[in-house]
Design a protein around this ligand. Structure first.
Ligand SMILES: [Ca+2]
Ligand SMILES: [Ca+2]
Ligand SMILES: [Ca+2]
Length: 209
């Protein structure tokens, strides 16, 4: 009897750990540069959401889904294997391509630039009745969805912070800025922002004035 209880407990523990492995790691809702590298700045295509595998084993991303607050339908179905500790970025252009393949409206994520939005991570088989399990939801506030600011999980504390290195935030809302640049597709380590060409050129001209 005691053994069966132990087995049951470890099974419960295993399944709760397994479902909690995949998490939203970073969100950029208001792009002002070419984040997806297709040569154009596009308000829809250059948004991105990054996910992370916080667990100790690789996870098959089939039946994991992302969406924002505008619809109960998934905006995007994840796929592929994500290694333990690995991160994966999904650009708005990946989302519109996925939607186009299905003959759906190409809305992308459509993360609101004002007034806030939510990004949901869901799991479960594709469901006509939208019967997905919501694993996590992340609020994206107005001050977070500003030009080239992302918000994400601090890799050390696990707290949600604002990566405002490309567009510093001086207000008082949380999450507060950390002065670091966004890191699409990479761990949320603090990267010092690299001045873009416009800034460098402007600064250069200013020195000759
Ligand atoms: Ca682009
Ligand atoms: Ca947006
Ligand atoms: Ca990142």
């Amino acid at each position: 009897m005691r053994n069966s209880i132990l087995i049951l407990l470890s099974l419960l523990l295993y399944s709760s750990t397994a479902t909690a492995q995949i998490a939203i790691n970073e969100v950029l809702g208001d792009p002002a540069r070419d984040w997806d590298g297709d040569g154009a700045v596009n308000a829809r295509g250059d948004e991105w959401v990054e996910i992370i595998n916080l667990g100790a084993v690789a996870v098959d991303l089939q039946d994991y889904w992302l969406r924002d607050d505008s619809s109960y339908l998934p905006d995007y179905g994840l796929s592929g294997l994500l290694a333990a500790g690995g991160v994966k970025v999904v650009y708005g252009s990946d989302v519109t391509a996925w939607q186009s393949d299905r003959g759906w409206l190409e809305t992308g994520f459509g993360i609101n630039n004002s007034g806030g939005d939510r990004i949901y991570l869901m799991s479960g088989p594709y469901s006509e009745i939208l019967d997905y399990q919501i694993l996590e939801q992340v609020w994206v506030g107005d001050h977070e969805a500003e030009d080239d600011r992302s918000s994400g999980r601090d890799p050390v504390t696990g707290e949600w912070v604002l990566f405002d290195g490309l567009n510093p935030y001086s207000g008082s809302q949380t999450p507060q800025g950390n002065g670091c640049a966004p890191t699409p597709g990479g761990s949320n380590a603090c990267e010092q922002p690299v001045p873009d060409q416009t800034t460098s050129f402007g600064a250069m001209k200013a020195t000759y004035r």
